[in-house]
Design a protein around this ligand. Sequence first.
Ligand code: PMP
Length: 404
Amino acid sequence: MQTEKFVYFDNINTTFPDPRVVRKIDEVLNFRLGNPSAHIHSAGIAAGKVVDEAREKVAAYIGAAPETLIFTSGATEANNLAITGFLKANPEFGFVCSNIEHFSVLNQIRSLRNSVKTSILDVDSYGLVEPDSLEKVLKNNRSIVSLSLANPEIGTMQDIEKISEICSRNGSILHSDATAAAGLIEIDVNKMGIDLLTLSGHNIYGPAGVGALYVNKKIRLASIFEGGNQESGIRPGTENVPGIAGMGEACEALKGDMKSHEKRLRDLGNDLWKSLQESVRFVNFTGHPEKRLPGHVSFWVEHIEGESLLLLLSMNGVMASSGSACSSNLKAKDEDELMASHVLAAVGVPSDICSGSITLSAGRYNTEEDFNYVKSVLPGLVEKLLTMSPSYDDYMKNKETTDG
Ligand code: PMP
């Protein structure tokens, strides 16, 4: 049963490029640009100008100065540069992150734990880091603290300003992976008190294969690569000029109507949450009900498998995700990673009754009609799966016995 319907609710994993981005990349690819390092001729100078302009636009989105930005191949590389690069230059610091971080942050613990003091903070049942536990870890242990602005799987947004205040009070440095939050909310690194910030092009209606790391001027960072002098020698290698230009244009396109998109998506997301709460039996929402990404609704349903619901949604034209796409494709390095999502485990979702969660993540191209469509089809799909569920069957038999 295939449908022509195309309702995309997987913006957390990738977004479709803004038409202005597509035009910009096309223009850049068609212009005869040289290597930005070839300062000696006009084609190289023109390429350097494209990169400089993009740097200004990306910096403007996060309220930073252009020279504080390093272009990377994406968020994974930016996260590695931020943490391992910082610790290479500042070996006296420790490393603290939460247990719901993306694996590009969390897995750095493995390679760093023999050389620096590392701590993994537990989050509460909403996915929030408890300020007191952070304070306790940082006392007598100056660290780089890496906490994402928002979690892609459960949508929870950390109270980043409070976290930043604790970090600076304890002489520590704050890195925040803003991959999931960028493009959905306004970001100001100075107001938020963030020292290092990760961005990914394809999550902000730009291209994949490009990202950026903001590095506050007071931070000393060492490269983790050997190579040339590009990006101040921190990220050597010839720049991805079309990708960088596309990312710049994506940031430029975000300008102006950020607040109105945020409000529209927040209202539509809240409304979808309420509707599913009333219409879907056995539903359990994940993440914080208010401190969450706009247009993000995540949940699991007792007695049914998340993957089955995802498949039925897809057959009905709705594209969503289960856990994070990165972890579902993960080449597990140990047995823990073969289990259900580390994020669901961290927020205490019981693995014996939860067989996978669903994340519906909207973006600026989603219409009210998209939300209404999900509201109309989802309850019926859940009911269909319940009729096929042995666990639901057992539950009903038990209920009949106990109800007499
Ligand atoms: N951080 C977070 C929070 C992510 O969700 C992802 C995956 N989209 C990444 C980092 C890695 O991003 P990229 O694929 O751009 O390297």
